[in-house]
Design a protein around this ligand. Structure first.
Ligand code: SAH
Length: 399
Protein backbone atom coordinates (compact mmCIF):
# COMPACT_ATOMS: atom_id res chain seq x y z
CA UNK A 1 0.00 0.00 0.00
CA UNK A 2 1.81 3.11 1.15
CA UNK A 3 5.20 3.49 -0.38
CA UNK A 4 4.26 1.73 -3.61
CA UNK A 5 3.88 4.04 -6.57
CA UNK A 6 0.44 3.80 -8.10
CA UNK A 7 -1.06 2.53 -4.84
CA UNK A 8 -4.32 3.57 -3.27
CA UNK A 9 -6.55 5.83 -5.32
CA UNK A 10 -9.75 7.34 -3.90
CA UNK A 11 -12.29 8.98 -6.15
CA UNK A 12 -14.38 11.91 -4.85
CA UNK A 13 -18.01 12.45 -5.81
CA UNK A 14 -18.87 15.28 -8.23
CA UNK A 15 -20.21 17.38 -5.36
CA UNK A 16 -17.10 16.86 -3.24
CA UNK A 17 -14.91 17.60 -6.26
CA UNK A 18 -16.55 21.02 -6.66
CA UNK A 19 -15.80 21.79 -3.02
CA UNK A 20 -12.26 20.46 -3.35
CA UNK A 21 -11.63 22.76 -6.32
CA UNK A 22 -12.75 25.71 -4.14
CA UNK A 23 -10.15 24.73 -1.58
CA UNK A 24 -12.04 22.51 0.89
CA UNK A 25 -9.58 20.29 2.70
CA UNK A 26 -11.66 17.85 4.72
CA UNK A 27 -14.01 15.16 3.43
CA UNK A 28 -16.16 12.41 4.90
CA UNK A 29 -16.20 8.76 3.89
CA UNK A 30 -19.36 9.28 1.84
CA UNK A 31 -17.65 11.97 -0.22
CA UNK A 32 -15.71 9.10 -1.80
CA UNK A 33 -17.23 7.03 -4.57
CA UNK A 34 -17.66 4.08 -4.41
CA UNK A 35 -16.29 4.48 -0.88
CA UNK A 36 -13.05 3.99 0.97
CA UNK A 37 -12.68 0.27 0.25
CA UNK A 38 -9.40 0.89 -1.52
CA UNK A 39 -7.88 2.21 1.73
CA UNK A 40 -8.04 -0.32 4.54
CA UNK A 41 -5.12 1.08 6.51
CA UNK A 42 -4.61 4.68 7.60
CA UNK A 43 -2.11 6.34 5.26
CA UNK A 44 -1.51 8.40 2.15
CA UNK A 45 -3.86 8.11 -0.81
CA UNK A 46 -4.12 9.77 -4.21
CA UNK A 47 -7.39 11.65 -4.80
CA UNK A 48 -9.12 11.83 -8.18
CA UNK A 49 -12.25 13.51 -9.47
CA UNK A 50 -15.03 11.45 -11.17
CA UNK A 51 -13.27 11.92 -14.54
CA UNK A 52 -10.03 10.54 -13.19
CA UNK A 53 -8.30 13.94 -12.95
CA UNK A 54 -5.79 14.38 -10.16
CA UNK A 55 -6.71 16.18 -6.91
CA UNK A 56 -3.41 15.58 -5.15
CA UNK A 57 -2.68 13.59 -2.02
CA UNK A 58 -4.77 13.02 1.08
CA UNK A 59 -4.22 11.42 4.45
CA UNK A 60 -6.87 8.77 4.86
CA UNK A 61 -8.27 7.74 8.21
CA UNK A 62 -10.62 4.90 7.22
CA UNK A 63 -12.23 4.52 10.66
CA UNK A 64 -12.78 8.21 11.40
CA UNK A 65 -15.88 10.15 10.40
CA UNK A 66 -13.55 12.74 8.93
CA UNK A 67 -11.88 10.25 6.64
CA UNK A 68 -9.93 12.34 4.13
CA UNK A 69 -7.69 15.32 4.72
CA UNK A 70 -6.07 16.74 1.61
CA UNK A 71 -2.37 17.44 1.74
CA UNK A 72 -1.47 19.12 -1.50
CA UNK A 73 -0.07 18.12 -4.87
CA UNK A 74 2.60 15.49 -5.50
CA UNK A 75 4.33 14.67 -8.79
CA UNK A 76 3.31 11.58 -10.73
CA UNK A 77 0.19 9.57 -10.07
CA UNK A 78 1.22 7.32 -7.20
CA UNK A 79 1.75 8.02 -3.52
CA UNK A 80 5.18 8.62 -1.99
CA UNK A 81 6.64 6.60 0.84
CA UNK A 82 5.74 8.21 4.20
CA UNK A 83 9.36 9.19 4.87
CA UNK A 84 9.69 10.85 1.48
CA UNK A 85 6.41 12.72 1.92
CA UNK A 86 7.30 13.92 5.42
CA UNK A 87 10.85 15.00 4.51
CA UNK A 88 9.51 17.11 1.64
CA UNK A 89 6.65 18.74 3.56
CA UNK A 90 8.63 19.28 6.78
CA UNK A 91 11.61 20.63 4.86
CA UNK A 92 9.47 23.17 2.98
CA UNK A 93 7.65 24.31 6.12
CA UNK A 94 10.85 24.72 8.12
CA UNK A 95 12.55 26.60 5.26
CA UNK A 96 9.57 29.00 5.07
CA UNK A 97 10.21 30.04 8.71
CA UNK A 98 13.94 30.56 8.29
CA UNK A 99 13.64 34.33 7.96
CA UNK A 100 12.03 34.90 11.35
CA UNK A 101 12.67 31.81 13.53
CA UNK A 102 15.24 32.90 16.12
CA UNK A 103 17.55 30.14 17.34
CA UNK A 104 17.02 31.02 21.00
CA UNK A 105 13.25 31.44 20.67
CA UNK A 106 10.07 29.48 20.15
CA UNK A 107 8.46 28.95 16.75
CA UNK A 108 5.72 26.81 15.26
CA UNK A 109 7.46 24.81 12.55
CA UNK A 110 4.42 22.87 11.34
CA UNK A 111 0.88 24.20 11.48
CA UNK A 112 -1.21 21.30 10.21
CA UNK A 113 -3.30 21.87 7.11
CA UNK A 114 -1.64 25.19 6.28
CA UNK A 115 1.66 23.33 5.88
CA UNK A 116 -0.01 20.46 4.01
CA UNK A 117 0.48 17.97 6.83
CA UNK A 118 -3.04 17.98 8.24
CA UNK A 119 -3.30 16.99 11.88
CA UNK A 120 0.35 17.68 12.73
CA UNK A 121 1.74 20.40 14.96
CA UNK A 122 5.47 20.80 15.59
CA UNK A 123 6.73 23.57 17.86
CA UNK A 124 10.41 24.24 18.37
CA UNK A 125 11.66 25.69 21.65
CA UNK A 126 15.35 26.47 21.12
CA UNK A 127 16.64 22.93 20.39
CA UNK A 128 13.65 20.92 21.66
CA UNK A 129 10.73 19.81 19.49
CA UNK A 130 7.21 19.23 20.78
CA UNK A 131 4.82 17.49 18.40
CA UNK A 132 1.08 16.85 18.43
CA UNK A 133 -0.09 14.03 16.22
CA UNK A 134 -3.83 14.36 15.71
CA UNK A 135 -4.73 11.63 13.20
CA UNK A 136 -4.40 7.89 12.65
CA UNK A 137 -2.46 8.08 9.35
CA UNK A 138 0.16 10.33 10.94
CA UNK A 139 0.37 8.09 13.99
CA UNK A 140 1.10 5.24 11.58
CA UNK A 141 4.07 7.27 10.26
CA UNK A 142 5.52 8.05 13.67
CA UNK A 143 8.86 6.36 13.10
CA UNK A 144 9.35 8.22 9.80
CA UNK A 145 8.28 11.48 11.46
CA UNK A 146 10.89 11.13 14.20
CA UNK A 147 13.55 10.19 11.66
CA UNK A 148 12.74 13.16 9.41
CA UNK A 149 12.69 15.64 12.31
CA UNK A 150 15.99 14.31 13.60
CA UNK A 151 17.56 14.68 10.17
CA UNK A 152 16.21 18.22 9.65
CA UNK A 153 16.61 19.73 13.14
CA UNK A 154 19.04 17.58 15.21
CA UNK A 155 16.89 18.24 18.28
CA UNK A 156 17.90 17.61 21.90
CA UNK A 157 14.47 16.09 22.50
CA UNK A 158 11.33 15.20 20.56
CA UNK A 159 8.31 15.06 22.84
CA UNK A 160 4.81 14.00 21.79
CA UNK A 161 2.21 16.08 23.62
CA UNK A 162 -0.58 13.87 22.40
CA UNK A 163 -2.81 14.62 25.38
CA UNK A 164 -5.35 16.15 23.00
CA UNK A 165 -9.05 15.25 22.82
CA UNK A 166 -9.26 15.00 19.02
CA UNK A 167 -7.24 11.78 19.05
CA UNK A 168 -10.23 9.94 20.52
CA UNK A 169 -12.17 10.56 17.29
CA UNK A 170 -9.37 8.72 15.49
CA UNK A 171 -9.32 5.78 17.89
CA UNK A 172 -5.97 6.92 19.34
CA UNK A 173 -4.98 7.22 23.00
CA UNK A 174 -4.14 10.58 24.59
CA UNK A 175 -0.66 10.38 26.04
CA UNK A 176 2.52 12.37 26.63
CA UNK A 177 5.55 10.47 25.38
CA UNK A 178 9.23 11.14 24.89
CA UNK A 179 9.93 10.07 21.28
CA UNK A 180 13.64 10.76 21.14
CA UNK A 181 16.52 12.35 23.04
CA UNK A 182 16.67 13.35 26.70
CA UNK A 183 13.91 14.54 28.96
CA UNK A 184 13.95 18.37 29.22
CA UNK A 185 11.50 19.49 31.91
CA UNK A 186 12.00 23.21 31.50
CA UNK A 187 13.89 25.53 29.22
CA UNK A 188 14.02 29.24 28.48
CA UNK A 189 13.03 30.95 25.25
CA UNK A 190 13.80 34.55 24.38
CA UNK A 191 11.12 36.70 22.73
CA UNK A 192 11.85 40.36 22.02
CA UNK A 193 14.68 40.19 24.54
CA UNK A 194 12.41 38.78 27.26
CA UNK A 195 13.17 35.40 28.79
CA UNK A 196 10.16 33.10 29.26
CA UNK A 197 10.16 29.64 30.88
CA UNK A 198 8.66 26.80 28.83
CA UNK A 199 7.61 23.47 30.31
CA UNK A 200 7.14 21.05 27.40
CA UNK A 201 5.79 18.13 29.47
CA UNK A 202 3.15 19.90 31.52
CA UNK A 203 2.80 23.46 30.22
CA UNK A 204 -0.34 24.51 28.34
CA UNK A 205 -0.57 23.51 24.68
CA UNK A 206 2.96 22.43 23.74
CA UNK A 207 4.43 24.53 26.57
CA UNK A 208 3.82 28.13 25.59
CA UNK A 209 1.29 30.36 23.78
CA UNK A 210 3.47 30.97 20.73
CA UNK A 211 0.43 32.12 18.74
CA UNK A 212 0.07 35.32 20.78
CA UNK A 213 3.50 36.69 19.86
CA UNK A 214 2.09 39.46 17.60
CA UNK A 215 -0.37 40.58 20.26
CA UNK A 216 2.39 40.57 22.90
CA UNK A 217 4.37 42.80 20.55
CA UNK A 218 1.40 45.15 20.19
CA UNK A 219 0.90 45.32 23.95
CA UNK A 220 4.55 46.05 24.52
CA UNK A 221 4.49 48.85 21.94
CA UNK A 222 1.43 50.48 23.54
CA UNK A 223 2.25 50.03 27.22
CA UNK A 224 4.41 53.02 28.11
CA UNK A 225 3.22 54.76 31.26
CA UNK A 226 0.01 52.75 31.42
CA UNK A 227 -1.54 50.77 34.24
CA UNK A 228 -2.15 47.29 32.79
CA UNK A 229 -4.59 44.44 33.45
CA UNK A 230 -3.83 40.90 32.21
CA UNK A 231 -6.92 38.71 32.64
CA UNK A 232 -6.44 34.96 32.02
CA UNK A 233 -2.74 35.62 32.29
CA UNK A 234 -1.34 32.06 32.53
CA UNK A 235 2.36 32.74 33.26
CA UNK A 236 1.95 36.43 32.52
CA UNK A 237 3.10 36.63 28.89
CA UNK A 238 1.13 39.83 28.26
CA UNK A 239 1.83 41.43 31.65
CA UNK A 240 5.56 40.91 31.22
CA UNK A 241 5.47 42.30 27.68
CA UNK A 242 3.66 45.38 29.02
CA UNK A 243 6.18 45.90 31.82
CA UNK A 244 9.04 45.47 29.35
CA UNK A 245 7.36 48.16 27.26
CA UNK A 246 7.32 50.59 30.15
CA UNK A 247 3.91 49.97 31.75
CA UNK A 248 3.60 51.64 35.15
CA UNK A 249 2.31 48.42 36.70
CA UNK A 250 0.53 45.22 35.71
CA UNK A 251 -2.07 43.09 37.45
CA UNK A 252 -2.14 39.46 36.28
CA UNK A 253 -5.22 37.37 37.06
CA UNK A 254 -5.51 33.61 36.62
CA UNK A 255 -7.20 30.75 38.41
CA UNK A 256 -3.89 28.87 38.47
CA UNK A 257 -1.62 29.86 41.36
CA UNK A 258 1.35 27.84 39.97
CA UNK A 259 1.07 29.78 36.68
CA UNK A 260 1.06 33.09 38.56
CA UNK A 261 4.04 32.00 40.63
CA UNK A 262 5.89 31.42 37.35
CA UNK A 263 4.82 34.90 36.20
CA UNK A 264 6.34 36.46 39.34
CA UNK A 265 9.54 34.43 39.00
CA UNK A 266 9.80 35.42 35.34
CA UNK A 267 9.37 39.10 36.17
CA UNK A 268 12.20 38.83 38.69
CA UNK A 269 14.40 36.90 36.26
CA UNK A 270 13.92 39.67 33.70
CA UNK A 271 14.47 42.46 36.22
CA UNK A 272 10.94 43.79 35.77
CA UNK A 273 9.23 45.54 38.68
CA UNK A 274 5.54 46.36 39.10
CA UNK A 275 3.85 42.97 38.69
CA UNK A 276 0.95 42.15 40.98
CA UNK A 277 -0.87 38.80 40.71
CA UNK A 278 -4.28 37.72 41.85
CA UNK A 279 -5.51 34.10 41.85
CA UNK A 280 -9.21 33.68 41.24
CA UNK A 281 -12.06 33.43 38.77
CA UNK A 282 -11.47 36.24 36.29
CA UNK A 283 -15.21 36.96 35.88
CA UNK A 284 -15.54 37.52 39.61
CA UNK A 285 -12.26 39.41 39.97
CA UNK A 286 -13.21 41.81 37.15
CA UNK A 287 -16.53 42.51 38.91
CA UNK A 288 -14.70 43.10 42.19
CA UNK A 289 -12.25 45.48 40.51
CA UNK A 290 -15.13 47.48 39.10
CA UNK A 291 -16.80 47.66 42.48
CA UNK A 292 -13.50 48.90 43.90
CA UNK A 293 -13.47 51.53 41.09
CA UNK A 294 -10.13 50.38 39.74
CA UNK A 295 -9.32 51.63 36.22
CA UNK A 296 -6.73 50.47 33.67
CA UNK A 297 -5.22 52.18 30.67
CA UNK A 298 -4.47 48.86 28.98
CA UNK A 299 -6.36 45.59 29.46
CA UNK A 300 -5.88 42.16 27.89
CA UNK A 301 -8.57 39.49 28.06
CA UNK A 302 -7.32 36.14 26.74
CA UNK A 303 -9.61 33.35 28.01
CA UNK A 304 -9.48 29.67 27.06
CA UNK A 305 -11.71 28.62 24.13
CA UNK A 306 -15.29 29.09 25.39
CA UNK A 307 -16.84 27.39 22.36
CA UNK A 308 -14.97 24.14 21.80
CA UNK A 309 -17.80 22.78 19.63
CA UNK A 310 -20.66 24.17 17.58
CA UNK A 311 -22.99 23.06 20.37
CA UNK A 312 -21.22 25.36 22.83
CA UNK A 313 -21.32 28.36 20.49
CA UNK A 314 -24.23 30.27 22.06
CA UNK A 315 -22.91 29.89 25.60
CA UNK A 316 -19.42 30.74 24.42
CA UNK A 317 -20.53 33.94 22.74
CA UNK A 318 -22.31 34.94 25.95
CA UNK A 319 -19.07 34.36 27.85
CA UNK A 320 -17.08 36.60 25.49
CA UNK A 321 -19.78 39.29 25.62
CA UNK A 322 -19.84 39.33 29.43
CA UNK A 323 -16.07 39.50 29.63
CA UNK A 324 -15.77 42.25 27.04
CA UNK A 325 -18.40 44.29 28.81
CA UNK A 326 -16.71 43.86 32.18
CA UNK A 327 -13.32 44.80 30.72
CA UNK A 328 -14.63 47.82 28.77
CA UNK A 329 -16.04 49.24 31.99
CA UNK A 330 -12.65 48.94 33.65
CA UNK A 331 -10.97 51.11 31.01
CA UNK A 332 -9.82 54.59 31.90
CA UNK A 333 -10.54 57.27 29.27
CA UNK A 334 -8.14 56.67 26.37
CA UNK A 335 -7.59 53.10 27.58
CA UNK A 336 -7.01 50.15 25.24
CA UNK A 337 -8.69 46.75 25.42
CA UNK A 338 -7.10 43.75 23.69
CA UNK A 339 -9.69 40.97 23.56
CA UNK A 340 -8.94 37.48 22.23
CA UNK A 341 -10.77 34.34 21.14
CA UNK A 342 -9.07 31.09 20.20
CA UNK A 343 -12.38 29.25 19.57
CA UNK A 344 -12.41 27.72 16.07
CA UNK A 345 -16.17 28.05 15.95
CA UNK A 346 -16.24 31.78 16.69
CA UNK A 347 -15.55 33.58 13.43
CA UNK A 348 -14.01 37.04 13.32
CA UNK A 349 -17.42 38.42 12.29
CA UNK A 350 -19.13 36.81 15.29
CA UNK A 351 -16.39 37.90 17.66
CA UNK A 352 -16.64 41.47 16.43
CA UNK A 353 -20.43 41.38 16.72
CA UNK A 354 -20.14 40.23 20.33
CA UNK A 355 -17.75 43.08 21.11
CA UNK A 356 -20.17 45.53 19.45
CA UNK A 357 -22.97 44.22 21.66
CA UNK A 358 -20.77 44.54 24.73
CA UNK A 359 -20.01 48.16 23.84
CA UNK A 360 -23.65 49.10 23.17
CA UNK A 361 -25.16 51.63 25.59
CA UNK A 362 -21.89 52.38 27.33
CA UNK A 363 -21.67 56.08 28.22
CA UNK A 364 -18.51 56.56 26.12
CA UNK A 365 -17.45 55.94 22.53
CA UNK A 366 -15.31 52.96 21.55
CA UNK A 367 -13.01 52.93 18.51
CA UNK A 368 -11.74 49.84 16.73
CA UNK A 369 -7.95 50.20 16.61
CA UNK A 370 -6.58 46.89 15.31
CA UNK A 371 -7.39 43.36 14.25
CA UNK A 372 -4.57 40.94 15.05
CA UNK A 373 -4.07 37.20 14.93
CA UNK A 374 -1.38 34.59 15.16
CA UNK A 375 1.98 35.25 13.54
CA UNK A 376 3.44 34.00 10.25
CA UNK A 377 4.56 30.75 11.88
CA UNK A 378 0.84 29.91 12.20
CA UNK A 379 -0.03 30.48 8.53
CA UNK A 380 -3.66 30.84 7.49
CA UNK A 381 -4.60 29.11 4.28
CA UNK A 382 -6.79 31.60 2.40
CA UNK A 383 -9.06 28.90 0.99
CA UNK A 384 -9.31 27.09 4.34
CA UNK A 385 -10.66 29.73 6.72
CA UNK A 386 -10.78 27.09 9.50
CA UNK A 387 -7.02 27.51 9.85
CA UNK A 388 -7.60 31.03 11.25
CA UNK A 389 -8.56 30.20 14.83
CA UNK A 390 -7.06 33.08 16.83
CA UNK A 391 -8.87 36.42 16.69
CA UNK A 392 -7.54 39.47 18.54
CA UNK A 393 -9.37 42.81 18.51
CA UNK A 394 -8.04 46.05 19.92
CA UNK A 395 -10.45 48.84 20.86
CA UNK A 396 -9.93 52.18 22.54
CA UNK A 397 -12.17 54.06 24.92
CA UNK A 398 -12.52 57.66 23.76
CA UNK A 399 -10.33 60.04 25.73
N1 SAH B 1 -2.72 34.97 28.10
C1 SAH B 1 -1.94 33.76 28.25
C2 SAH B 1 -2.70 32.53 27.85
C3 SAH B 1 -4.01 32.35 28.54
S1 SAH B 1 -4.65 30.73 28.46
C4 SAH B 1 -0.64 33.90 27.45
O1 SAH B 1 -0.57 34.72 26.52
O2 SAH B 1 0.29 33.18 27.73
C5 SAH B 1 -6.02 30.82 29.47
C6 SAH B 1 -5.73 30.89 30.95
O3 SAH B 1 -6.98 31.13 31.61
C7 SAH B 1 -5.15 29.67 31.61
O4 SAH B 1 -3.96 30.02 32.25
C8 SAH B 1 -6.19 29.22 32.66
O5 SAH B 1 -5.58 28.80 33.87
C9 SAH B 1 -6.96 30.47 32.86
N2 SAH B 1 -8.39 30.36 33.25
C10 SAH B 1 -9.34 29.56 32.72
N3 SAH B 1 -10.54 29.85 33.23
C11 SAH B 1 -10.35 30.86 34.12
C12 SAH B 1 -11.22 31.61 34.97
N4 SAH B 1 -12.54 31.40 35.00
N5 SAH B 1 -10.67 32.58 35.73
C13 SAH B 1 -9.34 32.83 35.70
N6 SAH B 1 -8.49 32.15 34.92
C14 SAH B 1 -8.98 31.17 34.15
Amino acid sequence: MNGLAGATVIQLTARATTLARKGQLWFYADDATPGLDAARQPGLVRLRDPDGRDLGLALCSPRSRLALRRCGPWPGDGVPAPGEFLRARLGAAIASRAAFAARDGGVRLIHGEADEIPGLVVDRYVDCLVVQVGTAPLEAMRAELVEALEALCSPRMILARNDIGVRKLEGLDATVRLLSGHRVEELTIVEDGLRHPVRPFDGHKTGFYLDQAPARGYVRAHARGRSMLDAFAYQGGFALAALAGGARDALAIDESEPALLRARDTATANGLAGLETLAGNAFQVLRDLRRAERRFELAVVDPPAFAKSRRELEGGLRGYRDLDRLALRLLAPGGLLVTCSCSHHVTLEKFEEVLRQAAADLPFRIFLRARLGAGPDHPVSLTAPESEYLKVLVVERAG
